[in-house]
Design a protein around this ligand. Structure first.
Ligand SMILES: Cc1cc2nc3c(=O)[nH]c(=O)nc-3n(C[C@H](O)[C@H](O)[C@H](O)COP(=O)(O)OP(=O)(O)OC[C@H]3O[C@@H](n4cnc5c(N)ncnc54)[C@H](O)[C@@H]3O)c2cc1C
Length: 563
């Protein structure tokens, strides 16, 4: 059996290693176009930023180490340029010329290439992508050679990592993003925290605007934005997304959808004897059914392993699960992470869902160093199934998102989160962990004991309802909504008549800092027969949702702004 694998990094090398472990006699050839195999692409930004100092650390394996350990025939500098699925051959170009290699099984893991938009001047030598070891070396060399100003185009995960890396090296960094916020898949009320953190890092953020041209100068380039802004750059990092690198495979007849190879639950393509994994394949979102490639290392690695099973031990091969798109990124002192569907995906799928906002401490509040995890969780309005979760915070974000990703994969409903036995002692968590609390809030919402209103409904609420602010006096004076009635939640039971009088038949929309006290107040009002609802996530989420508008609204009442 000869297995030929195209692409010698995440999916491809995972497949090769597993294939060897399953079959000592198979001949396994790995073709890699680039100079390196099995390199740590995810580590590249940290090399540029100087946290990883030894470039060899990025080369997890070499052809020699892979031959020694796994008897793999790894061929860097070998590019697959054509496939004949009928004759079962791959045509390969290398420094030695062109040859045809016959295969019994062909696995395609060619990944994705960085998309370079056709804007005038993009061919400047100062413009680089960040995709390969060579890209990282080139960026690093520019930094060492004295680059002082960088412009990063695209504020996705890699763009943010690149921006932080270059800022850490002392460069003046501007980030340009077409979407109205950095990290576009992150909900706006959390992305606001990321924007603030980028500014804390000294990064100049331009959102909601496109770069229209790059002018080449003798000493530096000028990146011109659609709003007329001109940004001087000694180097430009292009990170506006990736495209499946599938041209030759599509030409060979492998069925593709918008450039991504279509595979079945075992990674089989439309051509018998050819499998595909990783960034170059199409995934079906397990929550919404949306069809899109997922460019993440974990799914590529795991699919590579399962494809080897399907080739060599089909009787034991498990199906490749559809990825949830769980992802995480560090932004200065914060971590942002997400799993499952976001609001945009749920809206376009026409899902009926409820959104929960929580601002829970990552560990016991009385233990030094407590900080908040800001959580957004979407829950199916009918079944209670968890559909997606996102979090931003200084600590403990990774743990909560991983637990929630596990819960989504297990098909859990939100109330089942209450029952999770999570590790607890004061330096690590709370007896009611943020995940347990999510379950409690979700259960209350679904069984009707907690009715929520959302910051996005603010305009309507201000017109039609009485806003009742139940924070303490010292919180109230730092900023409040116009026309709101202020009664601290501890005084509410004695002052219900005041609420009734001011409401004058209107619904009461309660708010506090984070949603905890307003939920208590809501129960008091509901018990008294009033139509009430509690602001999801409190004024923290309100401010984050409204962004710049929050300043106007909270100042409109003539009090100090800031919450
Ligand atoms: C800077 C950076 C940071 C990242 N950080 C993260 C992260 O933190 N977390 C995360 O989950 N993911 C991250 N990713 C994404 C992750 O690296 C990819 O999702 C993953 O590597 C995809 O695996 P793959 O096997 O599909 O493709 P790759 O690992 O990209 O491998 C594809 C290989 O195929 C080779 N190839 C392509 N065509 C041919 C051909 N015709 N012939 C021969 N060889 C060919 C390419 O040269 C390439 O080396 C990051 C990516 C980058 C670039």
């Amino acid at each position: 059996m000869r297995i030929v694998i195209v692409g010698g990094v995440a999916g491809g090398m995972s497949c090769a290693a597993r294939a060897r472990r399953l079959d000592e006699s198979a001949e396994i050839i790995v073709l890699e176009r680039g100079a390196h195999v099995s390199f740590a692409n995810c580590g590249l930004p940290y090399f540029v930023g100087g946290e990883i100092t030894d470039p060899d650390a990025l080369l997890v394996q070499t052809p020699e180490s892979l031959r020694a350990a796994l008897a793999l025939d790894v061929r860097p500098g070998n590019e697959a340029i054509a496939v004949d699925g009928t004759r079962k051959t791959v045509t390969v170009r290398s420094a030695d010329g062109i040859e045809k290699i016959a295969y019994d099984a062909l696995v395609l893991s060619p990944g994705a290439s960085a998309f370079v938009p056709p804007i005038p001047g993009v061919d400047s030598p100062r413009v680089r992508t960040l995709r390969t070891v060579e890209d990282a070396m080139a960026l690093s060399e520019k930094v060492t050679a004295g680059a002082r100003r960088a412009v990063v185009l695209g504020a996705g995960f890699i763009g943010i990592e690149a921006a932080e890396a270059l800022a850490a090296q002392g460069l003046v960094v501007s980030v340009v993003e077409l979407a109205p916020q950095p990290l576009p898949p992150v909900e706006p009320e959390l992305a606001w925290l990321v924007s603030e953190e980028l500014r804390e890092l000294g990064i100049d953020l331009h959102v909601g605007v496109a770069a229209t041209s790059i002018h080449h100068g003798p000493d530096a380039d000028t990146v011109v934005l659609a709003d007329g802004t001109e940004l001087i750059a000694d180097l430009v990092v292009m990170s506006v997304g990736v495209r499946p690198d599938t041209g030759i495979f599509e030409e060979a007849g492998v069925a593709c959808e918008r450039g991504a190879m279509i595979v079945d639950n075992h990674g089989r393509t439309s051509i018998p004897g050819i499998w595909a994994v990783g960034d170059a394949t199409l995934s079906v979102d397990p929550i919404t059914g949306a069809r899109r490639p997922v460019a993440l290392a974990g799914p590529a690695n795991r699919a590579g392993r399962l494809v080897a099973d399907d080739i060599l031990r089909p009787e034991i091969a498990r199906e490749i699960p559809q990825p949830l798109g769980t992802a995480i990124v560090r932004v200065g002192s914060l971590t942002a992470a997400l799993t499952g569907a976001n609001r945009t995906a749920l809206d376009s799928a026409g899902s009926r869902y409820r959104t929960l906002h929580l601002h829970a401490n990552q560990h016991a509040g009385y233990f030094p160093g407590a900080s908040q995890i800001h959580l957004v969780v979407h829950v199916d309005a009918d079944t209670g199934r968890i559909l997606g979760a996102q979090a931003v915070g200084a600590e403990g974000v990774d743990k909560r998102i991983d637990v929630l990703a596990t819960a989504i994969r297990a098909g859990m409903t939100v109330d089942e989160l209450i029952d999770l036995d999570l590790a607890y002692s004061p330096p690590y968590g709370q007896a009611k962990d943020a995940v347990n609390l999510t379950g409690m809030v979700g259960e209350n919402v679904l069984n009707g004991s907690l009715t929520l209103w959302y910051a996005t409904d603010l305009d309507e609420v201000l017109e039609t309802a009485l806003v009742l602010d139940v924070r303490r006096d010292d919180e109230w004076v730092t900023g409040h909504l116009p026309g709101a009635l202020h009664i601290p939640h501890t005084e509410l039971r004695e002052r219900l008549d005041e609420v009734r009088e001011q409401a004058a038949g209107r619904p009461v929309r309660v708010m506090c800092a984070s949603g905890v006290r307003s939920a208590i107040a809501h129960r008091v009002l509901a018990h008294a027969g009033m139509d009430s609802a509690s602001l999801s996530g409190g004024i923290f989420t309100l401010r984050a949702t409204l962004g710049a508008r929050a300043v106007d609204i909270l100042e409109a009442d003539g009090v100090l702004q800031g919450v």
